[in-house]
Design a protein around this ligand. Structure first.
Ligand code: GLC
Length: 706
């Protein structure tokens, strides 16, 4: 991956924006610098003209500027609090599943789907582009983030953003930066040295911004090194707007603004969700600061110019030509993505694909007769027909535990030749064991619901799920477990079951995708975008903060003090890099995934600096895809643990081979030193690998000082 130059904004776009700003009154400018959440809380009403969504800013008819209607999020057009009763939208699979596809073009395609639906529904800003690294495997919003690796995250987030914006809808990237956990999310300070930050979390955003050119950036709720993200001058002015020459606008998260002058001068452009803040910082207070000369008028004009430039740049101000949304086509796109992101974690004795001789099947758990699980919070998309169960209260809104209407049982009936498919909810283990004993095969759907504002407590499956799986597996040796989780989980029964799939939260097309893999229509090709730990003791911070001791939402009374989190323990060695550096063996490594075919890598060559070629051969019985992963580690004193420096998903027919050339991302080979990425002289080990632990095929390359 070569560094994509940050292309400056087109002159005409800039001129058009500045011309409009020059014609705006001060009131019109300030009407765009702060606004309430356009989802009415108890007793409130949504703003006049608002569709009902995360945010609304009034249009300026005399200047031909439409209202700004902002919707969540990366996984489709959300409908938090059912603010638009009866609204339907396509639910993409979770971002972890997107990460598991390792497929940038799929990221673009599914982003474009979200953009199309948003635009046709009247939205012109989509609060998408979740690009935080999965630093905390128990994080409640990991399902909204793509992976633990900066390259995979940055490339796929960037392509998803580009897809959304290709449909004339501005996308954000969020939450800038190091917003890794939900517990105390408004109280934690992510503490990390600059070099570590640059080589990890910041690099993911830098790549996403270079590739996707998002119109807006959303800092998170957290502090970074003691300064709130929304008023962190180093991150917003020095890095984002200065060094990276970012032309778009910076909107705070909802209820995440903490000052007027400091934030305005630090680079914040909009106070979002102002009704959740302790004050209307970007209202009268900011106007007063301008009058008093504490904030120059030019800063106010720059704020509005940035917003208009982004809207003009993507075409959001162009008239919307009404086109019907083809929901059936969109569901198939979501299904295809799910098919490519499901990871086959175990397949003993070729249990899968389930042979057609399996005439009597038993399906257990996770409301599989109704639908597929969806993560909770602002990113949840509840298509019509969703099953909504009680979840959590977030900022005074009920966040339901949603099962999207894609019946796994129905899909299994349609995909298999079984004469009988029974379903049990799994609460009665004795009954499940009795039924399992007389079935040809058992498919247990294990679930783990994660949500915004709620981290997982530990890594285990809750309730009786582990006991149920153990008991059923003892009664039937053809027991298959399908995980629907928002992150890695412990698998204590892994040795006792025949096969395991990670289906993540598989979205509107999830059920046919899962059934397609189970019965062989789909050859699984997903790879783990996150490490599955063997135990919590392997984590850099095994202990979790007790949510009862802190505040995890804006607009709530603050409990306790700011909590420093020392991310310098692992530094830039997040996830698999930590396991490599600490010489720990996880349960399942990053990049791991099985197939119904077999593949071989050979003939590894490092060509001109940064280009690597490998021969990939499908040595198995059927067509399929494998993901060539190129890891690099610097040996010696100033060395660093292995890092993913390039990847390519390769589709091959049975017996077919291809010579694949991958451009390595140079910043992955570098250390951040004295203000820049420096690739130092020395020996580098390069592997062409199947996962982060695979070191069968490698070469050593020596780089000499210039
Ligand atoms: C939420 C989330 C953010 C979302 C915004 C609007 O609290 O942190 O991701 O886009 O508020 O709903």
């Amino acid at each position: 991956m070569s560094e994509v130059p940050a292309t400056p904004v087109d002159r005409s776009t800039d001129d058009r924006a500045r011309t409009l700003v020059a014609q705006m009154t001060e009131d019109e400018k300030f009407a765009w610098l702060s606004g309430p959440m356009a989802i009415p809380l108890a007793g409130e009403d949504k703003p006049e003209g608002a569709l009902g969504s995360a945010a609304f800013y009034p249009g300026i008819e005399r200047l031909g500027i439409p209202a700004m209607q902002q919707s969540d999020a990366s996984l489709g057009v959300g409908n938090l609090g059912n603010v638009r009763p009866g609204d339907h939208a396509t639910a993409l699979p979770s971002s972890l599943l997107l990460g598991a596809t390792f497929n940038p073009s799929l990221a673009f395609e599914s982003g474009a789907l979200v953009g199309r639906e948003a635009r046709q529904k009247g939205f012109n800003v989509q609060l998408a582009g979740g690009a935080n690294l999965v630093r905390e495997p128990r994080g409640g919003r990991n399902f909204e983030y793509i992976s633990e690796d900066p390259l995979l995250t940055g490339v796929l987030a960037g392509q998803s953003v580009a897809g959304i914006q290709s449909e004339k809808v501005v996308s954000t990237v969020k939450h800038f930066v190091a917003n890794a956990q939900e517990t105390g999310r408004v109280m934690v300070s992510s503490n990390l040295s600059e070099a570590a930050l640059r080589e990890s979390d910041l690099l993911a955003f830098q790549l996403a911004i270079e590739i996707g050119r998002p119109g807006a950036v959303m800092p998170g709720y957290n502090l970074i090194n003691g300064d709130y993200a929304s008023e962190n001058a180093f991150l917003l002015n020095t890095v984002l707007k200065g060094e990276w020459e970012y032309p778009g606008w910076v909107m705070s998260d909802w209820g995440a603004t903490h000052s007027s002058v400091k934030a305005a001068l630090a680079g914040l452009d909009v106070q979002s969700g102002a009704n959740l803040d302790d004050a209307h910082h970007f209202g009268a207070a900011l106007r007063q600061a301008v009058k008093a000369g504490e904030v120059p008028q030019s800063r106010i004009d720059d704020m509005v110019t940035r917003i208009l430039r982004s809207l003009i740049e993507v075409g959001a101000l162009d008239p919307v030509s009404a086109l019907p949304i083809d929901y059936s086509q969109h569901r198939l796109i979501a299904q295809r993505q799910a098919e490519e992101g499901i990871v086959l974690l175990k397949n003993a004795q070729g249990t899968l694909p389930l042979a057609q001789r399996a005439k009597r099947l038993l399906v257990i758990g996770a409301h599989a007769d109704h639908g597929v699980l969806c993560g909770g919070g602002s990113s949840c998309v509840p298509p019509i027909g969703s099953l909504s169960l009680p979840g959590i209260d977030m900022m005074g809104m009920q966040v339901a535990k949603v099962y999207q209407p894609s019946s796994l049982v129905q899909a299994i009936k349609e995909e298999s030749a079984a004469q009988q498919v029974d379903f049990l909810d799994g609460t009665d283990v004795t009954l499940a064991v009795a039924q399992a004993a007389i079935a040809d095969a058992v498919i247990v759907f294990a679930q783990e619901w994660r949500s915004e504002a709620l981290d997982a407590k530990g890594l285990g499956l809750d309730g009786n799920q582990d006991a149920l799986i153990e008991a059923v597996a003892a009664a039937n040796r053809n027991t298959i477990v399908v995980l629907q989780t928002g992150g890695p989980v412990l698998l204590p029964w892994l040795d006792n079951v025949a096969a395991v799939l990670a289906a993540w939260y598989p979205g509107s097309g999830g059920a046919p995708a899962v059934a397609g893999v189970l019965f062989g229509r789909v050859n699984p090709s997903g790879r783990l975008p996150i490490t599955f730990p063997a135990s919590e003791s392997q984590l850099p911070r095994p202990e979790q903060i007790d949510p009862a001791t802190t505040t995890s939402n804006p607009g709530m009374p603050r409990k306790g003090e700011i909590i420093p989190i020392n991310y310098d323990i692992e530094g830039s060695d997040v996830g698999y890099r930590w396991y490599a550096r600490q010489r720990l063996k996880p349960l399942l490594p990053f990049g791991f995934g099985l197939s119904y075919s077999t593949f071989e890598f050979s003939d590894l060559r490092v060509n001109e600096p940064g280009k690597v070629s490998v021969r990939v051969n499908n040595t198995g019985p059927r067509a399929g895809a494998t993901t060539l992963q190129l890891y690099i580690a610097k040996t010696g004193e100033d060395g660093f643990a292995k890092r993913l420096a390039g990847f390519e998903k390769v589709f091959l027919a049975a017996g077919e081979q291809a010579d694949v050339e991958v451009q390595l991302e140079p910043r992955i080979l570098a250390r951040f030193e004295e203000g820049g990425f420096v690739i130092g002289p020395g020996n580098y080990r390069v592997w062409a690998a199947d996962d982060a632990e695979d070191e069968r095929l490698g070469v050593t390359v020596t780089l000499h000082a210039p």
